[in-house]
Write a protein that binds this ligand. Structure first.
Ligand SMILES: *Cc1c(COP(=O)(O)O)cnc(C)c1O
Length: 351
């Protein structure tokens, strides 16, 4: 990242092309059927870019919602004037396959369906394979937000016939923030010219530029971030690829949950629904607990956690992706134990 790269120079463009190929390899996709496009901005910019381009005028999007990121897709689509239906599910339950089939059976105007793979709100992993097969059975186009799973959880888009998959540089691939990417079926993307509702986020035009000019972005690309991403991809390969990374994340998550249980914390989700990415815990059942104090105590000890995002319960979340090992999680657990300030407060204060 300390070297400058020229956005139009051949060395840089070949770096971009190699990244585009690496991404397809990670997704188990062949370059004949699928292609990849990189897009400036954070993950949400990429979601907006994809949603804003893939749905033609007068066609309808169904969004499966069981958390904040599903809701964000609805907001994006509505803001862009796309006719949108939401299939609202409980934040702690999988979408009901029978209900989904019924919606697709009844509403023939729905042409596209979008789903968040792991809802980072709860850390719940949606059953992508099962939902994809229903959507394909009803011959709809499938858009998957795999922001928080791609690179850390094995996903084969060719096998599941996913049409569009969206993710970003800085989650499981462990790059630095600054851009995201969309893996797309060529035959679907090919017919999307002039369909985008934005100029700078026009995924088709970005793709056309990258194809025709072999790795050229239309507008200034985040060169340092892109170079760092290539490094992150090389490191992913060196540690043994997605499977190996997935195992480390699982080991992190198990160490975390077991240790937190020992300290008296209860996870929101049952084990089988929980992803190895991020874990919400209920607030302790103690009126002296305040999230911001707990947060500050942990931060003093070198750890930053997330506030909860679930609507119905008071929770906080602990993420365990990135360059984190079970050793690090053990240090975190010690910090959590030391930060349980509410247990050492004397009852006198309350009186
Ligand atoms: C992080 C995330 C996003 C949004 O990414 P930003 O980079 O914050 O814009 C979207 N969807 C999911 C599932 C995420 O985890």
């Amino acid at each position: 990242m300390l070297s400058d790269w020229c956005t139009w120079d051949d060395d840089y463009k070949s770096l971009v092309q190699s990244i585009r190929r690496d991404l397809l390899n990670i997704a188990g996709a062949s370059g004949g059927v699928y292609t990849s496009v990189l897009m400036q901005g954070s993950g949400t910019f990429c979601v907006e870019s994809a949603i804003g381009m893939v749905i033609p005028q007068n066609e309808k999007l169904l969004v499966i919602v069981n958390g904040a990121y599903g809701r964000r897709m609805v907001t994006i689509a509505e803001r862009l004037g796309i006719e949108t239906v939401r299939f609202e599910c409980s934040e702690t339950e999988y979408p009901d396959p029978a209900q989904l089939s019924k919606i697709l059976d009844n509403d023939l105007a729905v042409t596209h369906v979008s789903l968040v793979h792991c809802e980072t709100t709860t850390g719940m992993m949606n059953p992508l394979r099962q939902i994809a097969s229903i959507i394909k059975q009803y011959k709809r186009t499938l858009i998957v937000d795999a922001m928080s799973t791609f690179g850390g959880v094995p996903i084969n888009i060719a096998e599941m016939d996913v049409d569009y998959l969206i993710s970003s540089a800085n989650k499981c691939i462990q790059g630095v923030p600054g851009f995201g990417f969309v893996l797309a079926k060529r035959e679907k993307l090919k017919v999307c010219k002039h369909q985008a509702r934005s100029l700078s986020l026009d995924l088709y035009d970005q793709w056309a530029a990258m194809e025709e000019q072999e790795g050229k972005w239309r507008f200034t690309s985040p060169t340092h971030t892109v170079r760092a991403f290539k490094q992150a991809l090389d490191e992913l390969r060196k540690v043994g690829g997605v499977e190996a990374r997935n195992e480390r994340y699982i080991a992190n998550q198990h160490t975390l949950v077991n240790g937190m249980r020992d300290l008296g914390f209860i996870p929101l989700l049952p084990e089988e629904k929980q992803s190895p990415i991020i874990t919400p815990f209920y607030y302790p059942d103690d009126t002296r607990f305040a999230f911001d104090v707990f947060y500050r105590e942990l931060k003093k000890r070198g750890f930053v956690i997330y506030p909860g995002k679930v609507t119905d319960y008071d929770t906080f979340r602990i993420g365990n992706i990135g360059n984190v090992t079970p050793e690090v999680i053990k240090h975190l657990l010690t910090a959590v134990q030391e930060s349980k300030y509410w247990e050492s407060l004397s009852f006198k204060n309350k009186e």
